[in-house]
Design a binder for this molecule. Structure first.
Ligand SMILES: Cc1ncc(COP(=O)(O)O)c(C=O)c1O
Length: 458
């Protein structure tokens, strides 16, 4: 395996985990360089195949606790259609967050009863498409339910809905904007669903963060609600616990701890920028092991979550985005310049902008990999990767990087494990710089994803 840190690492290193396909590609600098010539910089390189392992990890864990898990791929985490195809080939459902996402899922052959619509805002056109197709709709608020009911009347169709619950998790948790209070759930179930127009077949929640304890608490509240709804004559089939299933991007807990220790006493970031809101890029337990912790935890009635679900005949569903895409992508871009500011700080200009490798986290806390396409080594430097937007703080990563053998124009910077959110959730085409191409690895070739052709038509 190549020593990926040989050419670039953070001044306090945070080495990313890499898949075999990533090691193979990184060993072919000329190939990546040719892709950048052909498709522009940056390019998103996507291999859908790790999704199988990730999904099996979750499904096998649930099965070992006696549950058949309904996994709905949260498509908002990445727009590539090849990932929808991969999810469907694995018999997963799809969680959609917009009309385009829903339309595309249907066009790719997703059966409507394997789609859940969880969009934060649902205009009439989106609800109508969901209704016509038979997609399950997660209801966030009373106005949405009213509109849906009007659309049902007008079309003569009935809707399958899940009521989205806003669980009570304690004062120190963020007050969620999503979902209905427990009392509202009971009230709306009574008021809106006497007729055949709306069938409430499940309860749903998605929580901020990655805490297993929060999910256990939310499940417990939902089970109580399901009991009440059942007493009131509803037949509830499933409980959907949303996403937020954790993954770990880094190889080493020691590096992660060491970074935070040093961050308190020395400047590791641009202008000493504090890092206050970051994803836990190293964490344990993750995915299947994390899920086992949830399923084996006791709920109110003193039995394990898995037993409580089974006892009620409920299907457990989830909507993983990031955790299904673990290992599915990386983003490559070309170095265009090196320069020193008046104060001597080195800036390395890369042909991409910061929205092309960003999430809601303050920084992407995984070291980029430097691939040397041609040219020799130079003097060691430390500096910051800057991007294409005309903004002083246009940093591709806030952390200072070290280049032990220099950095050359034409070198390639590769950000590992970017498929979950990092590529797309905040990407913009400001300055009229085109969005990145999304290339799918299939049988050794990298070809543009169909989403890029669809975007070109808009
Ligand atoms: C309703 C809903 N479900 C699922 C997800 C996916 O979450 P994650 O990628 O953390 O698994 C999200 C993410 O925002 C969401 O809003």
């Amino acid at each position: 395996m190549s020593d990926v840190a040989a050419l670039c690492e953070g001044v306090s290193p945070l080495t990313g985990r890499l898949e075999q396909w990533q090691h193979r590609l990184l060993a072919e600098p000329q190939l990546i360089s040719d892709l950048l010539d052909r498709h522009g910089s940056p390019v998103n390189l996507i291999d859908p195949s790790p999704m199988r392992r990730n999904a099996h990890d979750l499904a096998d864990t649930a099965a070992s606790e006696g549950l058949q898990l309904g996994i709905y791929f949260a498509r908002k985490a990445n727009k590539a259609l090849a990932l929808v195809d991969e999810a469907l080939s694995l018999d997963l459902g799809i969680d959609v967050a917009s009309e385009a996402e829903l339309r595309q899922a249907l066009e790719r052959g997703a059966p409507a009863d394997r789609i859940i619509l969880t969009a934060a805002v649902k205009p009439a056109a989106l609800l109508s498409l969901a209704l016509e197709s038979g997609t399950t709709i997660s209801i966030d608020n009373e106005d949405e339910l009213r509109l849906l009911k009007r659309l049902c009347r007008r079309s003569g169709r009935s809707a399958t809905v899940a009521l989205r619950v806003a669980p009570e998790l304690g004062e120190d948790r963020i007050q969620t904007r999503f979902g209905l209070q427990a009392e509202e759930v009971v009230k709306l179930a009574g008021r809106f669903a006497q007729a055949d127009e709306l069938v409430i077949s499940g309860l749903h929640f998605h929580l901020d963060g990655y805490s297993a304890a929060d999910r256990i608490c939310a499940i417990s509240q939902c089970l109580d609600l399901i009991d009440q709804l059942s007493e009131n004559g509803h037949t509830i089939d499933f409980l959907d616990i949303g996403g937020g299933i954790p993954i770990s991007y880094l190889e080493s807990e020691r590096q992660w701890r060491s970074f935070w220790k040093r961050h308190t006493s020395e400047s590791l970031t641009f202008g000493g920028h504090p890092l206050t809101n970051v994803y836990p890029y190293y964490q344990q337990p993750v995915r299947g092991t994390w899920l086992r912790g949830v399923l084996t935890a006791p709920v109110n009635e003193g039995i394990a979550v898995a037993d409580a679900l089974r006892r009620r005949g409920l299907q457990l569903r989830c909507e993983p985005g990031r955790s299904l895409l673990d290992g599915c992508g990386m983003t490559a871009a070309r170095v265009e310049f090196r320069k020193q500011r008046r104060d001597g700080t080195w800036l390395i200009g890369v042909a991409m902008n910061r929205t092309q490798c960003r999430s809601t986290s303050d920084d992407f806390m995984v070291d980029p990999i430097l691939v040397r396409a041609d040219g020799g080594d130079g003097a060691p430097i430390e500096g910051f990767l800057v991007g294409a937007y005309c903004i002083e703080r246009e940093l591709l990563t806030l952390r200072r990087m070290r280049f032990p053998r220099g950095v050359q124009v034409g070198d390639i910077v590769v950000f590992p494990n970017t498929a979950g959110y990092l590529m797309h959730i905040l990407e913009s085409a400001s300055h009229q710089i085109p969005l990145a191409s999304n290339l799918i690895l299939r049988d050794g070739d990298l070809e543009p994803d169909a989403i890029d052709a669809a975007a070109a038509l808009i």
